[in-house]
Design a protein around this ligand. Sequence first.
Ligand code: RP5
Length: 242
Amino acid sequence: MERDEPAGSPAEALGGRAAAPRVGILMGSDSDLPTLRETFAVLEELDIPFEATVASAHRTPERVAHYATTASERGLEVLIAAAGSAAHLAGVVAAHTLLPVIGVPLKGGAAGGLDALLATAQMPRGVPVATVALDGAANAALLAARILALKDPQLRRRLEAYRQRMQARVEEADRRLQAELGRATAHLQEASEPPSPSPARPVSQPPSHPQAHPGSEPQPERQPQPRFGGGRATPGGQAVAS
Ligand code: RP5
């Protein structure tokens, strides 16, 4: 069978030659491409070379089988398979390779995507597919990156930087919200910092304010928790995790 040519190319070029793809992306139809562009964007941001192709488990079954069976020998390390409706693509790919397969169920169709979610996630024992959320194209790329980072310290550092940029965006969004609400943000800054260690209380020593919880067991001191997600402001101005 003729080898499938990738529809997309890795962003990185080394010495005039494109770096060998590490991630292979399959999509059941070119109508899936707009969603899969999110996968491309995240992989490009993390400088991970990839290839992408259109191949349908139902319309081109041999093409899918050939791609999956030759993926490892061609140097691919993780496969991402996205499909909608009766989304058997990821499962069929996983049946033909021992590479980790990430399934991306896509919204749409008669059941709004629930059909694709179940078809992708509910794999029989023995043939795993790591399924992300409906239209979870960006997370598929990030999961692939985490798998590759297990043996790639430089990529791990890029992932850490990616996470820091994400956290900075959340904190900036919250600063804008607090500014709009006219509230000070100092207490939120404090919540974003890692908790400082406090001296442990001896086990036998009672809590300093036992009457704070009448009739209950002594409560451990609460440590400030780092806040990673978005927050919302209550009418009293306190931010709570969402
Ligand atoms: C699936 O059927 C594809 O992955 C796509 O999400 C859906 C519809 O495909 P088209 O009819 O738009 O080609 O196999």
